[in-house]
Design a protein around this ligand. Structure first.
Ligand code: NAP
Length: 272
């Protein structure tokens, strides 16, 4: 498995996303993913499955220190005390004394200065409750501001062949953080894309595998596809035995149509 370097550490380039995995399905998905060889798991306070993700980890035979575990603080918990309290609750639910990456899930509203959650995250890192800190859904402008406030190791954003992230990618490479691609399969839409199917045929791979390979073949990019289907989980991991040519990489880059699938009312202004 390819790994991406971050501050004295590294993060597996492919992880399992767990949004909308609930109950026993979430637990067995995590246990199965670890059995297959996944070593990177993505959850969040808002997914209401931290307990089940933790149960999947403890049911597996993989030692905790071999797993890169990410959770996220919900945007309504971004006052400093709420960050600290809600993270303690996350750790209890996950059944671990630390996570590997703790993210601000969405930028704070105007009433809360960016300093407030980022200082609290840094405190949690100093206390050993998270090994790294980061953000999610931060635009390049917000990311520049965040990088002034603390050692931000990651920005997790929507990124797939239909939504490029050139500006953030350049910033990630210049400033040394990981860009983690969420909804990397465009929530299933990549399956219908003829260009991905054609490229995949040449490699004996599916459109989903081509989309994931395209992401993780780029410097500083990780991807966290969600799969409730065990066969999909296995398929998504089988992307480290082939390489896309520079022409193929470019052809996939040309599919960018600025198609954003995740845009809730509390989202930032994406153009700033
Ligand atoms: P996604 O991973 O792009 O797509 C998931 C969909 O693709 C599911 O319907 C899944 O079906 C299907 N799929 C997976 N592998 C497949 C394969 N090999 N062949 C065919 N279909 C396949 O979408 P997502 O869940 O929105 O994003 C992934 C993760 O990113 C989330 O789970 C979450 O951890 C994270 N995320 C973060 C944020 C944020 O604000 N930070 C927002 C959205 C998502 P089955 O389930 O039936 O297998």
């Amino acid at each position: 498995m390819k790994r991406i370097s971050i501050e004295n550490d590294s993060i597996p380039a492919l992880g399992l996303g767990t949004w909308q995995l609930q109950g026993s399905e979430a637990t067995s998905a995590v246990e199965h993913a670890l059995h297959l060889g996944y070593r990177h798991l993505d959850t969040a306070q808002a997914y209401d499955n931290e307990r089940e993700v933790g149960a999947g980890i403890s049911r597996s035979s993989v030692p905790r220190d071999e797993i890169f575990l990410t959770t996220k603080v919900w945007w309504e918990n971004l006052e400093a005390d709420d960050v600290l309290r809600s993270t303690e609750a996350s750790l209890r639910r996950l059944g671990t004394d630390h996570v590997d990456l703790l993210l601000v899930h969405w930028p704070p509203s105007d009433e809360i200065p960016l300093d407030e959650p980022l200082t609290a995250l840094t405190t949690l890192m100093t206390q050993g409750k998270t090994r790294h800190i980061g953000v999610s859904n931060f635009t390049p402008t917000l990311m520049e501001k965040a990088l002034e406030k603390g050692p931000i190791a990651c920005d997790q954003v929507e990124f797939h062949p239909f939504l490029g992230q050139d500006e953030l990618l350049e910033l990630a490479r210049n400033r040394g953080f990981v860009l983690t691609a969420y909804s990397p399969l465009a929530r299933g839409r990549v399956l219908e894309e003829e260009a991905l199917r054609r490229i995949g045929e040449g490699h004996g791979k599916t459109p989903a595998q081509v989309a994931l390979r395209w992401l993780i073949q780029q410097e500083s990019v990780a991807a966290i596809p969600k799969a409730s289907d065990p066969g999909h989980r296995e398929e998504n991991l089988a992307i480290f035995d082939f390489e896309l040519s520079s022409e193929e990489m470019e052809a996939i880059r040309d599919l960018d149509r600025g198609e954003r699938l995740i845009d809730p009312e509390f989202a930032p202004n994406w153009d700033q």
